[in-house]
Design a protein around this ligand. Structure first.
Ligand code: ASP
Length: 404
């Protein structure tokens, strides 16, 4: 990615944050001015987000297919898939275990006086393993493309890519078509990147102008426990994957992926960030096309370590607020449910909180507890999405290393 774009993204990030906070502090001074800015930033942010999302399906579709053209040995596909899914599940279960362990010692919510509220909360549906597996196969691949069903798009793209490669000369016209589509997609992304600093500025100022940061103090123990676990998980689990298992310098890694982290933080969506994640994985970290184009979209769909961490800490927090003590079997139940939930969590803003309902329900905690943490969830969503995306890249790097 061009160096000065990265610099502008960083500036827009800082200025957006400062302006947002200033607007939030002075909002009562002149409500009309405040509303005007929020409307403008909301429009700018959503405009940018829509443009970014527009590219996700064409990029994933074409790059997976193209990644398969150079592959000589198709049997490696099964091995890579199995390895990737296993590592994703292991990192997620480590994430939730870490969150529960830290929360056990910190006990967020204990001694906190919070007015209990009632509300209407829906529970995320608990995916059965067989249902998840069956859902991967699109009955109509065009519908999967239109709806952007990522797992189905990945499945169809792999089949199509293998089919085209096996057809030899007869497959050449399609091969050329997809290679051209791949190049054009990246060009479109390059064009969009030119307005990225402005889009990020709008997204960040909108969030912080309407969010404010006082609520973070009120729920400080919960907020900082989640933040602490996110950082520890990144350095401990991803750090080990990167430094010891992939033999890459940690500072170099985070420097290379910072654009993807900025995008994830600003958009709160691993799915909308896919084009940037793919780009930094392939261009900056030199992860091979056939690996990155599969592991990155898959990760942004099934790998949600940051989300699992929030769910772990939130469970202990809510249990403490309601004075319910958790049994060892509850902890195990939370680990299993949150790991499974992460597969079913779409990479879009706020879904982690809906899936939390499923985890709470599993161990009999009141769903109203969600109302207690909703106020800080916007900022935590940004932070956990950045963690989710870093995890996708760290695992891709590791898989790339093992396939050398
Ligand atoms: N926003 C998160 C993501 O896209 C999902 C969540 O935790 O709500 O990765």
């Amino acid at each position: 990615m061009k160096k000065n774009i990265t610099k502008y993204i960083l500036y827009s990030f800082i200025y957006g944050f400062l302006l947002g906070i200033i607007l939030n502090i002075f909002q009562d001074l002149n409500n009309d001015v405040f509303n005007f800015f929020v409307t403008v930033f909301d429009f700018g942010g959503n405009f940018f987000l829509s443009v970014l999302k527009m590219l996700v399906v064409p990029i994933v579709f074409a790059s997976i297919i193209c990644g398969l053209f150079g592959l000589k040995d198709f049997s490696s596909l099964g091995r890579i898939s199995l390895k990737t899914i296993t590592v994703y599940l292991i990192t997620t279960s480590l994430a939730i275990s870490l969150a529960l362990l830290v929360s056990y010692f910190i006990q967020p919510g204990l001694g906190t006086e919070i007015k209990l509220q009632t509300g209407d909360f829906s529970i995320g549906e608990k995916p059965s393993v067989l249902e998840v597996l069956l859902n991967i196969i699109p009955q109509n691949p065009f519908k999967a493309l239109v709806e952007g069903n990522m797992l189905q798009v990945i499945f169809f793209s792999i089949l199509l890519g293998v089919g085209i490669s096996l057809c030899g000369e007869n497959g050449k016209p399609l091969e050329k078509f997809f290679q051209s589509l791949n190049i054009v997609n990246l060009k479109c992304l390059e064009i969009i990147m030119k307005v990225a600093p402005l889009g990020i500025f709008c997204l960040i100022s909108k969030t912080f102008s309407s969010q404010g940061i006082e609520i973070i103090y009120e729920l400080g123990k919960y907020f900082f426990t989640v933040a602490f676990c996110l950082v520890v998980h990144m350095f401990l689990v991803y750090g080990s994957l990167i430094k010891f298992l992939s033999k890459i310098n940690l500072i170099f890694f985070f420097k290379q992926i910072k654009d993807a982290m900025f995008f994830a933080f600003s958009t709160s969506s691993s799915s909308a960030t896919i084009p940037i994640t793919l780009r930094v994985a392939k261009e900056n970290l030199k992860i091979r096309e056939n690996i990155a184009s599969f592991t990155v979209p898959l990760g942004s769909t099934i790998n949600m370590d940051g989300t699992a961490i929030m769910q772990g800490v939130a469970t202990v927090f809510i249990a403490n607020i309601y004075g319910i003590s958790l049994m060892p079997s509850d902890y195990i139940s939370v680990i299993v449910t949150a790991t499974l939930a992460s597969i079913g969590t779409a990479g879009v803003p706020g879904v982690g909180l809906i899936m939390l309902g499923m985890v709470l329900n599993q161990i009999g905690l009141p769903l109203e507890g969600i109302a207690l943490i909703i106020g800080v969830d916007r900022v935590l969503d940004m932070m956990r999405t950045a963690t989710n995306v870093s995890g996708d890249i760290a695992v891709s790097l590791f898989i790339n290393h093992t396939e050398k």
